[in-house]
Design a binder for this molecule. Structure first.
Ligand code: DGT
Ligand code: CA
Ligand code: CA
Ligand code: ZN
Length: 574
C-alpha cells in the first residue's frame, strides 16, 4: 500500500509545529495535529481520495481537506510555504536540517542561540546538544545519521558549511612541514551557491607525508580511497573531500584545472590549441616539442594565453574569457569595499541579539554605517507596533553619540499581494531607510507578481527590495515575474535591489544580478542578520555579486554616507 498518508501526515505535523512557533491559536494547532494522526492511521490511501472523501475522514475538516488535496495535486501547500517563510532566518535554516524537526529546531535556536548550519554542526560535534532538555547521546547520534544520509543521497551543501570545513582543513594542513602550499579549489573557490564536494589542493615535495597529515587530521573521520597523490575522505561533519597533492612547480596548472569550471577549462584549452599549445593539469606546453611553457602560477598560464588572471568567481565560461582577451574584465566589488550593512534585525522582532549587541558587532566590522531594519506590523507573528518602532528609534538616537558609526533607523516592510505596504506614508517618512520584501503569497501569475513588485519599487519611501525572488535554496523556487520590466522600473525609480547574503537565499542570484546591472539597477549587498554572527555572511553576498560581474560603484553600500542619504531621498527629502 502506498504511504502517501505518511507524506501528508508529515506535512500536517509540520504545519502544526510552525503554527505553534508562530504563536497562533492553540485550537488551530491542535486541529492540524489531530488531522495528521487521523491521516497516518487511516487504512485507506489518501492519494486516491477527492476533497469530499478526505473531509469524511474523522478528524479532518473541510479546511484541512482542501490543503491535503492541494498537496496531493501540486506537491506543496501554499500556506505551509508562507508559514515557513515567516520563521526567523536563522531558524529557517535549521528547519531544513534532516532529522531535526521544527520543535527541536526552535529549541536549539532559542536555548543555544544557534542560527546557522556550521554552528549546529559545531554543537553536534562538541556534544553540546545532549545537554538540552529531551535530548541525549542517542538523539545526537540520530541527528548525525540523518545528516549523513542526506549528504550521501547527493544533496549539495550550503556554501557556509563547505567553507567552514574547508578553512579548517586548510589551516590544519598549513601547519604540516611537508606542505608548501594548500588551498581549496573547485566550486568552493568559485563560490558557487551550493557545493557538491570540497577539492583540496596541496603542493609538496613529500606527498606521502602530506597525505599522512591529512589522513590523521582530527577533522577527517574516514578515508575511503588513497593513492599516491590522491585521497578521498569524509570529515567529522560528514563532508566529502577530494585531496590532490602536486609538485610545487606545477601548482598553477593544477590549481587552474581543479578550480574549474569544466566549461571554463575547456574553453581555455581551445584557445591554447589555436596557439599551438596544450593545457593540462600538469602545465602549458608546446604541442610540437612538448617543452613546458608555464605551470607554476595561474598568472603565467593566463599570460601565455594572452590574458590577465581571471578571478575564480568569474570562471563559468559566461564571457569572461572574451573579456579577458580584450583586457576588459570588470573591476569587481570586494568585501573591503562594503561600508555598512543595510538589512539587520534585532530581538525587538525575530533576531537573537539586542540592538546594542548588533550595533557593537557592526562597529567591530569597521562599518561606517548600519541600518536596523526590524520587521513591520503586517508580519503578524512579530507583533511590531508603531510604539515599538518609535521607541526603538529613540534608543537608537541615544546610542548614536558613542556608536562610532552612523546608525540608520529602518524597517523591513511586507509587500502585500497588491503591492501595498505596512504603515501610512507619514509614518514611513519617519524612517531613514526602508527595505520592502515579499514574505507570503509566492504563487501569483507572472503578470500580477510583476505589478506587485513594481508598485513597491515605485513607492517613494522604499529604498531597497529585500531578497527579490524570495527563493529558499533547495526548498522554495524563486517567484516568477518579468525580470526585465521590473529591473527597468527599479533603475528608473532609484530603488536598489538586494543581494541577500543569507546562505540559503543568495537573492538576487548571480545571473539575475548581472541582468539587472545591464538594465542600470544598483544593489544593496546585505546580510539580513538575525544574530551577530550573521554579519560575517557578507562574504557570500559579495561573492554572489562578483559572480554577477557587479562593479563596486553599482553597490550602494560601498558609497559614502552623503551619497547614500541622497539616494535614499529618491529625489525628495528624507
Ligand atoms: P561540485 O563539486 O559539484 O560543486 O563542482 P566542482 O566544480 O567542484 O566539480 P568537481 O569537484 O567534480 O571537480 C573539481 C574541478 O575539477 C572542476 O571544477 C573542474 C575539474 N574537472 C573535473 N573533471 C573534469 C573534466 O572532466 N574536465 C575538465 N576540464 N576539468 C575537470
Ligand atoms: Ca567540488
Ligand atoms: Ca571533487
Ligand atoms: Zn529581513
Amino acid at each position: 500500500m502506498t504511504r502517501s498518508n505518511d507524506m501528508v501526515a508529515e506535512a500536517l505535523r509540520e504545519f502544526a509545529e510552525l503554527l505553534s512557533i508562530a504563536g497562533e491559536d492553540q485550537f488551530r494547532v491542535r486541529a492540524y495535529e489531530k488531522a495528521a494522526r487521523a491521516v497516518a492511521e487511516d487504512p485507506v490511501a489518501v492519494d486516491g481520495l477527492d476533497e469530499k472523501a478526505l473531509d469524511d475522514i474523522p478528524g479532518v475538516g473541510s479546511h484541512i481537506a482542501a490543503k491535503i488535496r492541494e498537496l496531493l495535486s501540486t506537491g506543496r501547500i501554499g500556506d505551509l510555504d508562507d508559514l515557513r517563510a515567516r520563521v526567523p532566518a536563522g531558524l529557517r535554516v535549521l528547519l531544513d536540517v534532516p532529522g531535526l524537526g521544527p520543535r527541536r529546531a526552535r529549541q536549539v535556536y532559542e536555548e543555544l542561540g544557534i542560527a546557522s548550519l556550521p554552528e549546529l554542526l559545531d554543537a553536534l560535534h562538541a556534544e553540546r546538544l545532549r545537554t538540552l532538555r529531551g535530548w541525549g547521546p542517542a538523539s545526537e547520534e540520530n541527528l548525525r545519521v540523518a545528516i549523513g544520509q542526506a549528504q550521501q543521497a547527493g544533496a549539495r551543501m550550503q556554501i557556509d558549511v563547505a567553507l567552514d570545513v574547508a578553512e579548517g582543513l586548510v589551516e590544519g594542513m598549513r601547519r604540516c612541514p611537508a606542505v608548501d602550499l594548500v588551498t581549496y579549489a573547485g566550486s568552493l573557490r568559485r563560490m558557487c551557491e551550493t557545493i557538491g564536494d570540497i577539492d583540496l589542493l596541496v603542493a609538496s615535495t613529500r606527498p606521502a607525508d602530506a597525505m599522512d597529515a591529512f589522513a590523521t587530521s582530527p577533522l577527517v573521520a574516514n578515508v575511503s580511497a588513497r593513492g599516491s597523490t590522491k585521497c578521498t575522505a569524509t570529515t567529522t561533519k560528514g563532508v566529502h573531500v577530494d585531496l590532490r597533492v602536486v609538485a610545487p612547480q606545477v601548482w598553477g596548472a593544477a590549481l587552474l584545472y581543479f578550480t574549474g569550471s569544466k566549461a571554463h577549462n575547456i574553453h581555455l584549452r581551445r584557445i591554447a590549441q589555436h596557439l599551438g599549445l596544450k593545457l593540462s593539469e600538469y602545465g602549458l606546453e608546446r604541442i610540437d616539442t612538448s617543452s613546458s611553457v608555464a605551470a607554476a602560477t595561474e598568472e603565467e598560464i593566463y599570460g601565455h594565453l594572452g590574458m590577465p588572471w581571471i578571478p575564480p568567481t568569474l570562471r563559468e565560461d559566461r564571457g569572461e574569457i572574451q573579456a579577458a582577451l580584450h583586457d576588459d574584465l570588470p573591476r569587481l566589488v570586494e568585501t573591503k569595499d562594503i561600508r555598512g550593512d543595510l538589512h539587520v534585525h534585532t530581538d525587538l522582532t525575530d533576531g537573537l541579539a539586542s540592538l546594542e549587541d548588533m550595533v557593537d558587532a557592526a562597529r567591530r566590522h569597521r562599518y561606517r554605517y548600519v541600518a536596523i531594519t526590524d520587521h513591520a506590523p503586517l508580519l503578524h507573528m512579530e507583533r511590531m507596533t508603531d510604539e515599538k518602532a518609535l521607541a526603538q528609534r529613540r534608543v537608537l538616537r541615544t546610542l548614536q553619540p558613542k556608536a562610532g558609526l552612523t546608525l540608520l533607523h529602518g524597517s523591513e516592510l511586507n509587500i502585500q499581494p497588491d503591492g501595498s505596504l505596512d504603515w501610512d506614508d507619514e509614518f514611513l517618512a519617519g524612517f531613514d531607510v526602508l527595505v520592502a520584501s515579499i514574505h507570503s503569497h509566492f504563487t501569483m501569475s507572472r503578470d500580477e507578481m510583476s505589478k506587485r513588485l513594481i508598485r513597491a519599487i515605485e513607492h517613494p519611501a522604499v529604498n531597497i527590495i529585500g531578497h527579490p525572488t524570495a527563493r529558499s535554496i533547495g526548498h522554495r523556487p524563486p517567484i516568477e515575474f518579468d525580470a526585465e520590466a521590473v529591473f527597468e522600473v527599479a533603475a528608473r525609480a532609484g530603488t536598489a535591489l538586494e543581494i541577500n547574503s543569507f546562505p540559503d537565499r543568495l537573492d538576487l542570484n548571480d545571473e539575475l544580478a548581472r541582468l539587472a546591472q545591464d538594465h542600470g539597477v544598483v544593489f544593496a549587498i546585505s546580510t539580513d542578520a538575525h544574530s551577530t554572527r550573521h554579519l560575517d555572511n557578507i562574504r557570500y553576498g559579495v561573492a554572489t555579486a562578483q559572480r554577477g560581474w557587479i562593479r563596486p560603484e553599482n553597490v550602494i553600500n560601498t558609497w559614502p554616507l552623503g551619497k547614500l542619504r541622497t539616494f535614499f531621498a529618491k529625489g525628495g527629502r528624507r
